[in-house]
Write a protein of this length. Sequence first.
Length: 423
Amino acid sequence: MARFKAPRGTRDVLPSEQPYWRYVKGRAEAQARLFGYQPVDTPLFEDAALFVRGVGLGTDIVEKEMYVLEDRGGDRLALRPEGTAPVCRAYLEHGMYNLPQPVRLYYVCPIFRYERPQAGRYRQHYQFGVECLGDEDALVDAEVIELAWSFVASLGLRGIVLCINSIGDRSCRPAYVEALKAHYLGRLKDVCPDCRMRFERSPLRVLDCKRTDFACQEMAAEAPNSLQFLCADCGHRWKALLGYLASLEIPYEVDTRLVRGLDYYTRTVFEIQPLVARAQGTVLAGGRYDGLIEELGGPPTPGIGFGSGIERLIENLKAQGVTPTDYKGVEAVVAWIGDAARQEAVKLSASLKRQGISTLLAPTSKSLKGQMRYASAQGARYVLILGEEELSQGTVVVREMAKGEQKPVERAALLGYLTSGTV
Ligand code: ATP
Ligand code: MG
């Protein structure tokens, strides 16, 4: 038996599952480009302090979930626990605020969080994320939501709902937070220990609690509504956003329990949830973070973005029986009988590869049958068979696996046959 296993909460993506990954990453990239977003890659690890500032004390990520390590030089580093802070760090470090604004960026990258592993919750997962930096107009909120919706729809995912809310800004949120605290104050003993901690350190996040073994859910359901506390400016922007979503014909649900906990999160928050799992299974979450870049030491710069969990998307696609459409197995496997034909098979497969046709040589086997079995396990479209007779006649027997039919084809006509199906 194997002595080692993948670390708890991590997974190997084996070849059989790769088509789903290529499909989802391909759609992510295609949609991001369609909307004019540019790719960006940041390091797998960063100064841990970036996340303490950029994600914040009082969040699950910083309090409980970061993988922190000290390297040999004594630097305190963290494996990337989320994608936004590193992109904002890069935006500042490379002076992207000097470019015409807004700057539109996207990434697909692994994220590390020390979580309790379960379905849809891993210690390493991948996110497709986008960030639009330098424009606070609600038009941009609508664009980012449109991109999110269009991405998930392009995967063919059904039974999903877009939830949106506004949590106000620095001027109107304090009054809302006070009202929320007043609602919880007398009943703190009934909510979970985490919520008691949140109440002290980042009160909005009590609304985000998922525990059902305390009174957290009913307390949240009866909590005051953030939309009723919006100042005039936030109220206008909220109405504008709803107007754009109507023009875009994007259906949404207003969910006043949707929050992000920290001061630099402002106004728009949104999630895409599968109806079967709702908030437990959120496949995409985003929001506006107008105070973040300033928090990182930069000039006041608005921003909005989202992150989407690729494993969760794939799990939903599988549950709905959606299979990737844009993946092909190997095109041809060359099988042969006899030593002379083996040399010819080596030449033939090399020449097909040079012509751009993905080709494998069947493994040496006692029987043609064994070679055919191998070809079918590779998902080959054609098996090309070379024997003494074919060598002497300058032909190759082409077997079309799906039809189970075969016929001899002149070597000179082979390429045309394989690419167009006709001689
Ligand atoms: P949750 O409330 O489920 O813990 P979160 O608020 O921590 O989610 P975000 O930080 O907003 O999640 O991450 C964006 C998306 O990344 C989530 O909506 C989800 O699809 C995915 N995601 C987050 N954590 C994990 C994880 N541990 N494993 C797999 N996917 C994850
Ligand atoms: Mg989490």
